[in-house]
Design a protein around this ligand. Structure first.
Ligand SMILES: Cc1cc2nc3c(=O)[nH]c(=O)nc-3n(C[C@H](O)[C@H](O)[C@H](O)COP(=O)(O)OP(=O)(O)OC[C@H]3O[C@@H](n4cnc5c(N)ncnc54)[C@H](O)[C@@H]3O)c2cc1C
Length: 485
């Protein structure tokens, strides 16, 4: 019997049903098509993977299914090596084309893309990969990048239309493990809920009312939770495209009076792609100091210090509150993420690779193309960005003056009066007795003297910038990743 002829849409970080080029192409082809999402076992072994990522993905696919159901379509969730999945599908069907977006992913996704490309090529199957969010494949410098990005982002999104399909029952041997099947059912309330509908809710509420204090609050750990865009998980997993967010905000009736805030927001949409573009061009960001000169810089290797950072017990209230908050909720604003990295890599003098996976596991919006380049930038291993050593006490006084965020996440400091909330170690013993609080028992003493650790890090990092290899690498990085040489 002849094998049925089909196309395949392979979903990656594009879990939406609108502004979706692969789905539009599959519809236009007129053939029946399968929509698949493949979970590769090797991902689950990666140190940057966490079940909270799968929960978000799974919930996003549930929402896609709820939109696609009435057209007789659904997303097949398959568990296995991508190459094996495609080989098996090609045994069962005459696959004409595979449609997907390009993915600027980690080493494993890159390897499996190559394996799938070979598998399809051997069988004479066309794999059409669409450019994702203006990130360009195969470029060697940034000439004309901004212009091309705007050309992609500032065009009307694709209006996907679906015809009615006959239901497609796929028999396969790639079932999800039991613990992954119902992942989205008990979705924690304190994390941003998954899916394109929620993504639109966050986008519309931001443009309509939440944005009025966007820039004013952007670095405040508490207030930014409400006034920030909070679209990062929806963009990271593709519940929304950058274009959908950009076009919506730019054409919103509030644009004229909120111009400053909206422009700051859309600039960040560009930053996101700028960082992913770096990773697309140089995926070594994942494993090596991007400026190889920083591989020569020695660090302390102190497991107990890293453990105190990870468990939010460094004795610096803002650092500890941020860690406990991100562990629980999966989100922090930019400034607090940067401060956490600076604390680990500058004040505790640990190699950036000792913390990069831990934070990746916490972030619901984990996007390798942003995470690795940002982590290295904040850890000062690029040589092309200024060295920013954050003082957590100063950050605390400036951005959480009343200590409300700190007290929300560190209930053990509830009784500590505001003047001491940023530096509880300054609390005199009689005050401690009065407040029924004992430093060193109820809350740890500070892990370092911040003035000493900050000065040491400053000398070390600025001193190393003069190393010939750092300078040579700096020239290479400027040429490859920036417009300004
Ligand atoms: C160490 C470190 C790791 C990070 N890891 C991630 C990550 O894994 N995934 C991720 O999406 N962001 C990451 N960021 C960037 C930034 O912190 C988040 O994008 C931002 O906090 C998301 O909040 P928001 O949606 O309210 O942003 P908004 O201020 O509303 O900005 C709009 C969108 O622009 C993008 N964006 C905002 N700020 C930045 C930035 N500085 N760099 C790149 N893109 C930006 C995000 O997609 C965001 O949703 C990281 C930053 C640091 C310092």
């Amino acid at each position: 019997m002849d094998k049925p002829c089909i196309n395949i849409v392979w979903l990656k970080r594009d879990l939406r049903t609108q502004d979706h080029a692969p789905l539009a192409s599959a519809e236009a082809s007129g053939l029946p098509y399968l929509i698949i999402y493949i979970v590769e076992p090797c991902w689950l072994e990666r140190a940057d993977y966490s079940p909270r990522h799968w929960q978000f993905i799974c919930g996003s696919i549930d929402v896609m299914d709820s939109h696609l159901e009435r057209f007789g379509l659904q997303v097949e969730r398959l568990f296995g090596d991508a190459e094996r999945v495609f080989s098996a599908l090609c045994e069962r069907y005459r696959v004409q084309s595979v449609f997907s977006y390009q993915e600027s992913g980690v080493l494993e996704t890159w390897r499996s893309d190559i394996a799938v490309a070979n598998c399809l090529k051997e069988r004479g199957i066309q794999w059409q990969e669409f450019q994702s969010n203006g990130v360009l494949r195969g470029i060697t410098d940034r000439k004309g990048w901004d212009r091309r990005w705007y050309a992609t982002i500032d065009t009307p999104p694709i209006n996907n239309a679906y015809r009615r399909h006959s239901p497609f029952f796929l028999e396969h041997d790639f079932g999800l493990p039991d613990n992954m099947r119902q992942a989205s059912q008990a979705y924690p309330e304190d994390r941003q809920p998954p899916g394109q509908d929620k993504g639109w809710l966050y986008l519309t509420s931001f443009a309509e009312n939440r944005s009025s204090h966007y820039m004013q609050n952007i670095s405040k750990p508490g207030a930014s939770r409400a006034s920030g865009g909070r679209l990062s998980p929806y963009l990271a997993w593709g519940n929304l495209s950058s274009r959908q967010a950009y076009r919506y905000v730019r054409s919103h009736p509030n644009y004229p009076q909120q111009r400053k805030n909206f422009d700051a927001f859309t600039t960040r949409l560009k930053w996101r792609c700028h960082f992913i573009q770096k990773f697309e061009v140089e995926s070594e960001y994942e494993t090596q100091c991007i400026n190889r000169g920083y591989e020569l810089l020695p660090h302390r290797h102190e497991t107990s210090a890293v453990e105190r950072w990870e468990s939010g017990t460094t004795g610096f209230p803002l650092v500890d509150a941020c860690i406990r908050c991100v562990v629980q909720t999966g989100w922090l604003n930019f400034r607090m993420r940067a401060m956490l990295v600076s604390f680990l890599c500058h004040h505790l003098d640990q190699d950036w690779r000792r913390g990069v996976h831990f934070l990746a596991r916490q972030f619901v919006d984990y996007e390798p193309g942003i995470h690795y380049p940002q982590f290295q930038m904040q850890a000062s291993t690029t040589g092309i960005n200024t060295v920013r050593i954050y003082n957590p006490v100063k950050q605390s006084i400036e951005h959480d003056p009343e200590g409300l965020f700190i007290k929300r996440w560190l209930p053990e400091l509830e009784q500590v009066p505001t003047p001491y909330i940023h530096q509880p170690w300054l609390m005199p013993p009689f005050e401690q007795v009065f407040c029924e609080f004992q430093l060193g028992i109820d809350y740890p003493l500070p892990i370092v003297d911040i003035h000493v650790s900050g000065a040491q890090a400053r000398d070390k990092l600025w001193g190393h910038r003069r190393h010939p290899l750092v300078s040579r690498e700096k020239k290479r990085l400027l040429k490859t990743h920036t417009r300004n040489r």
